[in-house]
Design a protein around this ligand. Structure first.
Ligand code: SNW
Length: 288
């Protein structure tokens, strides 16, 4: 019985293969057509599926129409274009879901100001870094928290899976950590008073400060974990193409233009500028 069912299927499969071969699916280069059509091993050839965040303004966020935008989003689209892929589809995830989803192939890449660390490299691979900045403690004017020591005995929000969570566990042991799935829910909790402060990326903090009249109590350098694009370890060709595109976007001033657009007034890290604009002294990350 098994044989009777199996053989027609096998015949059908062989026939289908023959039809595909004859119908010109790379008829002239049959041996390499599959990889030539999808050199980066993307989930869907010609499309990059990106796991991202809807509430990390100005890095990645959704505008009033629901479209993803921000520094990381525009930089990634530019770099993908240089790599020859113009169809880029962003999907919002909880931060803690991004790296697992990238590692198991649900997305081609993760783009969300994701700091490159050895710990994360156990799960995924990264492009070269493209952003290095601070982790910020944000609070209300009335909280009385004036510096990092001020969180002792206070309720401190962190987004699950972030470097802020790891830093707080290590360094703010006397604070009561409250874990949130995303920035918006943590900031709501700050505004309602159910937590005393939230710990997030510098530029996102600045954006919430402006929106809700919150204040920064401390900025903690995170230059040793610059943000990179996260990829599955198997996607080496894609990583190389993104690295090439990133270097070109830095050298021709595109990176600088996007930085000034999205982070106006913020100190300009030299290491990502065109080489001619870098001073002779080593960049801050190299000298520290
Ligand atoms: O380590 C920093 C980096 O120096 C730069 O300032 C961009 O943000 C970071 O990558 C840290 N970002 C956090 C993380 O990687 C939170 C990411 C997020 O909330 N989107 O865990």
């Amino acid at each position: 019985m098994i044989k009777l069912n199996f053989r027609p299927a096998a015949v059908a499969a062989a026939a289908l293969a023959a039809i595909l071969a004859l119908s010109g699916c790379g008829g002239s280069t049959p041996a390499s057509s599959a990889s030539a059509a999808n050199p980066y091993g993307l989930i869907e050839p010609g499309t990059v599926r990106v796991a991202s965040l809807g509430d990390a303004k100005p890095y990645t966020f959704t505008d009033a129409q629901g479209n993803f935008t921000g520094f990381d989003v525009e930089l990634f689209k530019d770099v993908a274009h240089r790599a020859g892929v113009d169809k880029v589809v962003f999907t919002g995830q909880d931060f803690s879901a991004i790296l697992p989803a990238v590692a198991n192939g649900q997305f081609d890449v993760g783009v969300a100001a994701i700091g490159i660390t050895d710990k994360r490299k156990e799960t995924v691979d990264f492009s070269e870094g493209y952003l290095a900045g601070y982790l910020t403690l944000i609070t209300t004017k009335a909280s009385g928290i004036k510096d990092a020591d001020g969180v002792a005995g206070k309720r401190l929000g962190v987004v699950q899976g972030t470097l802020q969570e790891a830093y707080a566990v290590k360094n703010f042991g006397s604070a009561n950590l409250v874990r949130f799935p995303d920035n918006n829910s943590a900031i709501s909790a700050v505004n309602s008073g159910s937590v005393d402060a939230h710990f997030l990326d510098y530029e996102a903090a600045k954006s919430y400060e402006k929106q809700y009249g919150l204040v920064s109590a401390a900025d903690i350098p995170s230059f040793d974990a610059p943000a990179g694009f996260a990829l599955a370890k198997s996607k080496t060709a894609f990583k190389e193409a993104l690295n090439k595109g990133l270097a070109a976007a830095m050298e021709d001033g595109t990176w600088k233009k996007l930085y000034q657009k999205w982070f106006p007034g913020s100190p300009m890290p030299e290491q990502y500028l065109p080489k001619a604009e870098q001073t002779a002294t080593p960049a801050p990350t190299a000298s520290k």
